[in-house]
Write a protein that binds this ligand. Sequence first.
Ligand SMILES: Cc1cc2nc3c(=O)[nH]c(=O)nc-3n(C[C@H](O)[C@H](O)[C@H](O)COP(=O)(O)OP(=O)(O)OC[C@H]3O[C@@H](n4cnc5c(N)ncnc54)[C@H](O)[C@@H]3O)c2cc1C
Length: 480
Amino acid sequence: MKSGYDLVVIGGGTAGLVSAAGAASLGARTALVERDKLGGDCLYRGCVPTKTLVKSARVAHLVRHSEEYGVKSGRVAVDFPAVMDRMRRVIDAAGVHDSPERFRELGVDVFLEGARFEAPDLVAVDGRRLKTRSAIVATGSHPTAPPIEGLEEAGYLTNVGALELRRLPRSIIIVGSGPIGSEFAQIFARFGSEVTMISSSSLPLPKEDLEVGEILRGVLLADGVTFHGGYRAEGVRVEGTEKVMTVRNEAGNEIEVRGEELLIATGRAPTAGGLALENAGIEIEAKGLKVDEHLRTTAPNVYAAGDITGKYLFTHVAEYQARNALRNALFPVKAKVDHRVVPWTTFTDPEVARVGLTEEQARAQHDFVKVFRQAFDEVDRAMPNGEKTGLVKIVTGRRGKILGGHIIGPDAGNLIHEIVLAMQGNIPIQALSTMIHVYPTLSQANQRAADNYYREKLFTDRTRKVFSIFFGTRRLLQRG
Ligand SMILES: Cc1cc2nc3c(=O)[nH]c(=O)nc-3n(C[C@H](O)[C@H](O)[C@H](O)COP(=O)(O)OP(=O)(O)OC[C@H]3O[C@@H](n4cnc5c(N)ncnc54)[C@H](O)[C@@H]3O)c2cc1C
C-alpha cells in the first residue's frame, strides 16, 4: 500500500467505481474505500435485481396472455424461489467486473472498510490513515420511511427486504407510487400477489407528465393492483398474519387496507453516517452534500458524485457525475456539470421514459408551448407486437425547440434517446419528422409525433387554399 494518494474515493457503488477506475487509468495514485461489497445499490439492491424481476413478471404476463398470439399454454405457475435464484445469478454475472481483484489489477488500492474523515486530506480506514490530495465522496443513499404510527412495531420492507423475500407474499401493501413503488407493484401483481398501493398523489409517478400517470394507473389496475390515490398512511397494526394500515385522504375519508407484507417506497436520504464530515468541513443538506457546479463540496479538495449529491438518483447520472468529479478532483481546469438534459425511465410494462419538462412545467415556464402526440395503437410495429398501450408526447417551444419528451410504451427507455440527442444538440422537432426511420419500428412513434408539427403548419385550410390557387394557375398556364 502506498502512502500519499492523488485521490481517495469513498464508496464503491457506480459513482465510486467509475471514479476509481478512471483515476487509476489516468495514472493517479488511487484508493477506493467500500464498507460493504463493491457494486453498490444498483447491482445488489436496485437496478439489476429489479430489472431481473421485471423480466420474470413480463414473462408470466406474456404466458398468461399467450392465447392472444394464437399460442395455447397451461396454467401459469410462478416459482418464486426460482425467480429469486435467477435474480441472484444475474447479480453475480453482472458483478464480475466489480470485483476488488479487478480494481487492484487496475492499480487501485481497495479497502473493504468504513471510511471516516479526520481532515479534508486525511481519511481514516481501519486504523490506517490515507493522506490524499483530493477525495470523492460517493456513499449513495438509503431508503427512508415516513412517520406512520406503529410502523416500527409492525415491521416493514424496503427495496432491500423485498429483494430478500424467500416466499411470495399472498398480499402486499405498497406505500409510495414513484418508480420503485410502481415497479414493485406490477412485479408482485404479475407474480400473483394481491397488491394494494397507497399513493399520496392521485396518480402513480407523481413527478411525470399527468397524461403518462393516467395511462400507467390504467395499466396497474389492469394488472390487478388496487390503487388508492390521494391517500396518506396514518397508522399500522398487526392482526394475525396481516398488517392492517389506516389511510386517509384530504377529504378526511379513512379506509383500512390489509396485507401480509408491507413495502415502504416513499423516498431516499443521503448516506453520510460515520463519515465524520464535520472533520473535513463538508456541509450536508436534507437531500445530499452541498456541492457547487463543479461537484465540489464545501471542502475545496473534496468532490461528490452519485446519489449522495441528492440530484437525480439514477445510475447513469452517478456515472456522468463521477466522470466530472474525477476530472475536477485531479486537474486544475474545472468542468461544470450540466443537468439540463437528464433522461430517466421507470421499468414498468409499458416503460415510462422522460427527458426535460412535462407539459405542465413547460406551460408554467414558457409563454409559447405546443404539444405533439402519437399513440402506439396507430404505430404499425406496435400492432403486430400486441403492445399498443401508450403514447409519445413531445413538448416544444418556439420554432420547434424541444422542451420535453415523454414516452409511455414498449421499449420507451430505448426510444427516448432520439429525443435526448435532439435536446442535447439543440435539434428542433422538425428533424425528427424529416429523418428517415426504418419501417416498421417502434421509433416511428417519435417520427409520427413530430410529423404532427408539419401537419399543423402545412395542412391548414389557408395553405390548402394557397396551394389550390397555385395548382389551378399552373394547370391554366399549361393549357395555354
Ligand atoms: C429499487 C431500486 C431500483 C433502481 N432502479 C434503477 C434503474 O433502473 N435505473 C437507474 O438508473 N437507477 C436505478 N436506481 C438508482 C440507482 O441504484 C442509484 O442511483 C445508484 O446506485 C447510485 O449509485 P451511487 O454510486 O451514488 O451509490 P451506491 O450504489 O449506493 O453506492 C454507495 C456505496 O457507498 C458505500 N458506503 C456508504 N458509506 C460508506 C462509508 N462510510 N465508507 C465506505 N463505504 C461507504 C455503500 O456501502 C455503497 O456500496 C434504483 C434504486 C433502487 C433502490
